[in-house]
Design a protein around this ligand. Structure first.
Ligand SMILES: [Cu+2]
Length: 169
């Protein structure tokens, strides 16, 4: 009746369907593998946790690239768990555990009763990505550590030389 469709092009879809989405299964995506080791739910190591954070530092990341964070959570009370870490200085902070050949993300880390959780080179650490601003030596960056029982503790973590180790000046 009319010519409204004049010039309308008909696309054939068959060619497009051939272009299968090659789903990149995130290179290096590492899933949480380790639960908190065998807590049978028995002795609760009594009483509230009494936490303090010491020896925290971030070795200067290369040109604002991925960084690592280390610290010690001391506990003079009952057991607790570190369940989340965030920072206004970075988009992403995750907890990692190093194994012999790789590292894996974990969703919680035990803070033993009357003991300490240590995040140290070669072992458990924080992995920090997406800096708001490239860290510089001497910066002190806020990190918010959330514990299952004790709530959130904010600490200022200094940026140190790459070779720094706690206990040396
Ligand atoms: Cu890591």
């Amino acid at each position: 009746m009319n010519s409204a469709t004049t010039g309308a092009r008909r696309f054939r879809r068959s060619a497009l369907l051939g272009a299968v989405v090659a789903t990149a299964l995130g290179g290096g995506a590492i899933l949480a593998a380790c639960g908190s080791g065998g807590q049978g739910g028995g002795a609760d190591a009594g009483g509230p946790a009494r936490l303090s954070v010491a020896d925290s530092y971030i070795p200067l990341p290369p040109a604002g690239g991925m960084g690592a964070g280390y610290l010690t959570v001391r506990n003079d009370g009952g057991a607790d768990e570190l369940v989340k870490v965030t920072s206004p200085a970075a988009e992403s902070v995750t907890m990692h555990r190093s194994t012999a050949s790789t590292m894996e993300q974990v969703t919680s880390l035990d803070v033993p009763a009357h003991g300490a959780l240590q995040l140290a080179r070669g072992g458990t650490h924080l992995m920090i990505m997406g800096w708001q601003k490239a860290p510089a030596l001497g910066d002190e960056l806020e990190f918010d550590l959330t514990f299952a029982k004790s709530g959130t503790i904010s600490v200022k973590v200094p940026v140190k030389e790459l070779t720094y180790r706690p206990g040396q000046s």
